[in-house]
Each structure stands twice: as C-alpha cells, then as structure tokens.
Design a protein around this ligand. Structure first.
Ligand SMILES: [Zn+2]
Length: 190
C-alpha cells in the first residue's frame, strides 16, 4: 500500500515538473493568455497612470477596433486608458501585443490624445490633423524602440509584428514596415 502511494507521488511530481506535456501539441508557446500577460507600463503626459480596459466590458465612444487610446472622463479630462478588444488580443503573441499597446501608450504619453480631447471640448469635434501621418510614424517608432530597448526583442521578432499588422489593417503597409524596421535598426526614435 505504501509502495503504491509512493509511485503515485513520483508520477505526480513528474507531471508537475513538466507541465508542457499537458499542452495541446499545436499550441504556440509565444501566445500566453491575457490573464498571464504583463501589459506595458504606461503613464499619460500629465503622469497619470494609464489603465488597460476591455472594450467589450465597458461601453465606450467612439467605437474601439483592436486598441485605442482614450480618456474615460471628459470633464475634467482624466482617467487615461487603452481600450482593447479582448478576443483579438487573446490570440496574439506578446511581441505583437507589446507593439500595439506601446503604440497606443505613446498617443497618451506624448500628449496626442489630450490635445485631441481638448480640441473637442473647445470646438465640439476632433480635429482632422494634417500631421496625422507624422504622429502615427512617431508612435510606431517609439513603440519599436521599446521593443528593442525595454523588452529585448530581436529584428526577427518584427515578422510577428508584421503578421499582426496584416490582421489589423488591410491596406498595403510595406512602407510602414520599412519605417519600423529602420527605426529598430536605429535603436528607436532619433
Ligand atoms: Zn496610432
């Protein structure tokens, strides 16, 4: 009886030490559940901590597709947040999540988002900014710098980012990826 008990204990230890056996064979090890994922640290331009909020759990306007930088309160403008589509991000590798969230974080930390909200508060609408492309390129390069310097990804990992951008955006983004790869080579924003 004691012998059998010991045999069970040893088996249990083997399985506990090697939990990979319990995983389905086709599961991508780079994809972890969002519940186990560390969202990138983020504060807005005024130093307020940014919350990550599931777009499907909280009613939000305007509509968020994939991920978006927002302020939850508008009077006064406060509570910076990144809203994200849980189902979409649940299936993404960490490098693609880190890139997307760091991109959105930049819109909050640089002041892009607060400027947009202040304009809306004063004029009743979001300004269609002529420097939109410049702002987006900056957000991409800032996020790319974080991938390299803060999270320690390699240039090869950018292939996974490219796949994610393919999913998010049906437009041709050859030029966007060229800029991202060049920014990575340069170690981040100039
Ligand atoms: Zn953006």
């Amino acid at each position: 009886m004691l012998k059998r008990f010991i045999a069970h204990t040893v088996l249990a230890n083997i399985f506990m030490a090697q939990p990979a056996f319990a995983e389905p064979a086709d599961k991508d090890p780079d994809i972890v559940p969002l519940s186990d994922y560390d969202f990138p640290a983020c504060t807005d331009k005024r130093g307020e901590e940014v919350a990550y909020l599931r777009a499907d759990k909280i009613p939000v306007h305007p509509y968020v597709m994939q991920a978006g930088a927002r302020y939850v309160e508008t009077d006064p403008i406060s509570k910076p947040a990144i809203f994200y589509e849980h189902a979409f991000f649940e299936d993404l590798a960490s490098v693609a999540r880190d890139f997307s969230f760091a991109h959105e974080c930049y819109h909050l930390s640089s002041g892009d988002a607060i400027r947009a909200y202040e304009h809306k508060k004063e004029h009743g609408y979001y300004k269609n900014r002529e420097d939109h492309q410049v702002i987006e390129d900056k957000a991409d390069c800032h996020a790319t710098g974080r991938l390299k310097n803060e999270f320690g990804y390699t240039a090869k990992d950018l292939d996974v980012v490219e796949e994610a951008i393919d999913l998010m955006d049906s437009n041709d983004h050859t030029e966007r990826m060229q800029k991202i790869r060049l920014c990575f080579k340069n170690g981040g924003p100039a």
